[in-house]
Design a protein around this ligand. Sequence first.
Ligand code: PRE
Length: 234
Amino acid sequence: MAELTLRRGGVEDSEAVADVHLAARREAAMPTGVHPDDDVRQWLRGRIEGGDEVWVAETGDGVVGYARLTPGWLDDLYVVPGHARSGVGSALLDLVKHRHADGFCLWVFEMNAPARAFYRRHGLVELEHTDGAANEERSPDLRMAWPGADPLAFFRTLVDDVDAQLADLLARRAALTRAIQPYKASPGRDPEREQEIAAAMAARAPALGRQRLARILHTIISESLDAAGDGPGG
Ligand SMILES: O=C(O)C(=O)C[C@]1(C(=O)O)C=C[C@@H](O)C=C1
């Protein structure tokens, strides 16, 4: 490999960074971008101006790769096709691990098998998959994580984040279970309705499966009805 230099990138690099981004995305196993190239250039420039941390990889050919970081995240890691599989991506990723020593997450498209294999080879683990409804390309993706120097502490912070959301959802759901009861002709459980709900949940969370979700739902409803009767307890 020709000599490779990694250095901090600035706004003056934004055109070169955008060139790398657009060239790499055209060749990668990724869905077609949904924004015109000029919009991508302007957006990247804005991100760099706004303080995202950018590192560029340079050879005699100029900027051939870059990484863009935000707190806790690796947002972009792209290498131009002509320099793929030559160590540029690995060098950038090693630098990112150094900058995010406590661990970080990233999103990768499910279809991007080469990128997933690259990250797995470098010690990242695959977390949740999504159906892509939340990304602009509407393409299934997944979160990957590098758990850093203290993996237990890192994963516990992710667990705490999700549990905070889960607690809010459980409170919302329990309030609905309570609110609906006076409107029922015959009070009590409705197994058919619970099966319908479990099936709908399984369509969103296939990794858990309908039967397991039915058991989880059963417990949630039991505890919600209990809380509606007794107020907070447990
Ligand atoms: O839909 C109902 O009939 C409800 O009482 C609500 C609810 C729920 O919380 O979703 C609770 C108990 C029933 O077994 C089924 C569903």
